[in-house]
Design a protein around this ligand. Structure first.
Ligand code: HAS
Ligand code: CU
Length: 546
């Protein structure tokens, strides 16, 4: 393993990470303000709309922060674990991708701030944004494709020059993550290019709404696994090293990622259970597949417990919970991702509730769902990403984490957990009381139900303010790490436990995995999409609702 990080690769990784955290800061400001508006504590100046802020928040946090961070992180690990530096073409693709994504992001943010695209991060038709918003999205997607191709190219070359060898786990997982992304984004690319852009330019008058939403969720569900898998990479590959233990099983880890590839795409209809225009059977089938995609998460939980337990025993821990005591609680590189894992238990359980048809009827379009994704992506995933920077930045810049920064990191993690407990807890509860998501401050003519919701909305605002302090602290930590003392920090890549069975060769049979993935997609989507094309309701004109 290299002890110094390739400097040129480091620049590409840092560019992605800084862009990501810039998006987090602006998205965080929008988030805090919109929380305060919804809680009724402030009113915005007349020229800024609530939905404008909500769109900026969703796009910058969910789409921009995540995508930039993930590409940066994956590039760093691919460089480190497959040859010690990126191949020239990979690097070039990475930079071109970065530039395209950044142009797209800038155009998108300007259009949103001009008030021409308050369509939220799901940009549901028939709400109609400026065409430049959709073009901006297309640029982001195309840019990310180039970065994905860079990773595939690097991996293919590595395998060619290392014939007969098993690829490093980090590289394998990066390939699955980007493959999932490439296949999933085909849906949203079709929606944007074939439907939204012509319609928003006025070249066609109407849009097939149910088709556009279905194409969106073809992408929108695997999107959440595109966020989750890099966090799982940290949990599987990095955390064992940080706690001084071993990876429980290489083949289990690979198999769980393969199952994510299979089952995370043909399940998008679980976001449309309450929508008309889709036959029950296809909803039923996709819900069944949704429960299949839970299995690799349960495998991950099992594997993590096994890693912790084996680590505990090797350090002399005894009894059922002895392993807990020997974990490095004072080390932020462990503590932040660990809190992410812990919170993923209730977060994932909420997902199972959402996916159950009858219960979906209770929670759909309420703040419960907003609560669900603030636990999953904004806590489990975000805290893991935060935990990563405490070693990644020192590795890249040739510095060391100081005890003071480590302490600030622990404090940042705690602030995040407290803020999220208050905010997401209130969202879940008030959602069950019927409070709708995606709505500004409104007392509905002082209806008693709506009055009942208000204290929860205020609590959400309080949680949001605490989280904003968390955003400021993570940015402070990021910047101060750039000035940390010089020194050598190792890229923490775990080794597989000696007792683990060897990984079978068929694990890298990409033709087989891609074929199964495509078959599952065709089974789940062909007939419902043909139905939408053949029996479509009259299309809808566009609406500017803000
Ligand atoms: Fe979800 C809506 C179903 C996971 C994100 N989800 C959303 C939306 C987002 C989102 C953003 O079926 C809103 C989209 C919008 O704007 O409309 N979700 C699921 C299911 C899962 C799930 C079944 N979601 C996620 C993840 C996300 C995410 C992950 C982001 C990263 N979700 C839904 C459904 C909807 C939905 C419906 C639509 C709702 C509606 O009506 O609109 C599953 O993948 C969850 C499986 C997870 C587990 C947990 C495993 C636990 C682990 C941790 C182990 C811990 C350890 C530490 C080892 C079963 C791996 C322990 C230590 C100790 C000391 C105890
Ligand atoms: Cu989903």
């Amino acid at each position: 393993m290299n002890t110094t990080f390739d400097r040129k690769d480091g620049r590409l990784v840092l560019a992605h990470i800084f862009f990501a955290f810039g998006a987090l800061l602006i998205g965080g400001i929008a988030g805090m303000l919109q929380g305060m508006v919804k809680g009724g504590t402030i009113t915005l100046p007349a020229n800024i709309g609530y939905y404008e802020l909500l769109t900026a928040h969703g796009v910058l946090m969910a789409l921009i922060f995540t995508t930039y961070f993930i590409i940066g992180f994956l590039y760093s690990g691919v460089s480190q674990s497959m040859g010690g530096s990126l191949l020239p073409l990979t690097k070039r693709l990475g930079w071109i991708g970065y530039i395209l994504m950044s142009i797209g992001t800038l155009i998108g943010v300007v259009v949103i701030l001009l008030g021409k695209a308050s369509v939220l991060y799901t940009f549901y038709a028939p709400m109609k944004a400026s065409p430049y918003f959709y073009i901006a999205l297309a640029l982001v997607v195309i840019g990310s494709w180039l970065s994905g191709f860079g990773i595939f190219y690097h991996y293919a070359k590595w395998r060619k020059s290392n014939k007969g060898k098993l690829s490093p786990l980090f590289g394998f997982m990066s390939v699955i993550t980007m493959l999932l992304w490439q296949i999933a984004t085909i849906g949203v690319a079709l929606e944007v290019v074939v439907q939204l852009i012509p319609w928003s330019f006025g070249w066609v008058d109407t849009i097939n709404v149910v088709l556009s939403r279905t194409l969106f969720w073809f992408f929108g569900h695997p999107l959440v696994y595109f966020w989750l898998l890099p966090a799982y990479m940290c949990w599987y590959v990095i955390i064992p090293k940080i706690i001084g233990g071993k990876i429980f099983s290489d083949s289990l880890a690979r198999m769980s990622f393969i199952l994510f590839l299979f089952f995370s795409i043909p399940v998008g209809l679980h976001h449309q259970l309450m929508e008309p225009g889709v036959n029950h059977f296809w909803k039923y089938l996709q819900v069944t597949l949704t429960f299949m995609v839970v299995i690799p998460s349960l495998m991950t939980a099992f594997s993590l417990f096994a890693t912790f337990e084996l680590n505990g025993r090797s350090k002399g821990a005894k009894g059922l919970f002895g392993w807990v005591k020997v974990l490095p609680w004072g080390d932020v590189r462990f503590f932040a991702p660990f809190m992410g894992m812990l919170i993923f238990i209730p977060a994932g359980a909420g997902g199972l509730i959402n996916a159950s048809n009858q219960m979906n009827a209770v929670v759909h379009n309420t703040l419960w769902v907003t609560g669900h994704f603030h636990l999953t992506v904004a806590t489990s995933v975000a805290l893991t990403f935060f935990g990563i920077i405490y070693w990644l930045i020192p590795v890249i810049t040739g510095r060391v984490l100081t005890p003071r920064m480590n302490r600030l990191g622990i404090i940042q993690t705690l602030i995040w957990c407290i803020g999220m407990f208050i905010m997401s807890g209130s969202m879940h509860t008030v959602g069950l009381l019927g409070s709708p998501r995606r709505t500004a401050y409104n007392t509905y003519d002082d209806h008693p139900d709506a009055i009942l919701w208000m204290p929860y909305h205020v609590a959400m605002a309080v949680g949001g303010i605490i989280l904003f302090i968390g955003v400021l602290l993570i940015i402070y930590n990021l910047i101060s790490m750039m000035r940390a003392p010089k020194g050598n920090t190792e890229y923490p890549i775990g080794e597989v436990a000696e007792e683990a069975a060897p990984t079978p060769r068929y694990m890298e049979n990409w033709k087989l995995w891609i074929t199964i993935t495509v078959i599952l997609i065709l089974v789940a989507y062909t007939i419902p999409i043909l139905d939408m094309l053949n029996n479509s309701t009259p299309g809808s004109p566009g609406y500017v609702t803000w």
